[in-house]
Design a protein around this ligand. Structure first.
Ligand code: FES
Length: 111
């Protein structure tokens, strides 16, 4: 995984538990609590969704939860902003096509 391990402002990368998430059907190692988009970037996945009209790829743009370019289907829920959603063990994440399709939750969603 490619990560910034010692940031000039934020300091050292904190110790975190390694977990497994599934991305488009492929198991992937991530750190619990890091943002989903960051975990995917560390593995080189930058196309997080495809636009409805022209099927253009989109990825992290603002990185702070404002633009919606990073939305993906997370545990069956479309339009989840992955730049501000922390990784949890066992999450199932899918690249979103257009508006996505609701597939129901599995318990990771916020209450
Ligand atoms: S990158 Fe803009 S909302 Fe996530």
């Amino acid at each position: 995984m490619a990560r910034v391990l010692n940031h000039i402002i934020l300091g050292a990368f904190p110790e975190r538990r390694k977990v497994t998430i599934t991305v488009d059907g492929v198991p992937m190692e991530a750190f619990e609590g890091e943002m989903i988009a960051a975990a995917l970037w560390a593995h080189g996945k930058k196309d997080l969704r495809y636009t409805k009209k022209h099927n253009h790829p989109r990825g992290i743009y603002c990185g702070i939860g404002r633009c919606t370019d990073c939305v993906m289907i997370v545990d069956g829920i479309p339009n989840v902003r992955t730049c501000k959603t922390p990784v949890k063990d066992g999450m199932v994440i899918e690249t979103q096509k257009g508006l996505g399709e609701w597939k129901g939750g599995t318990g990771h969603e916020e209450s």
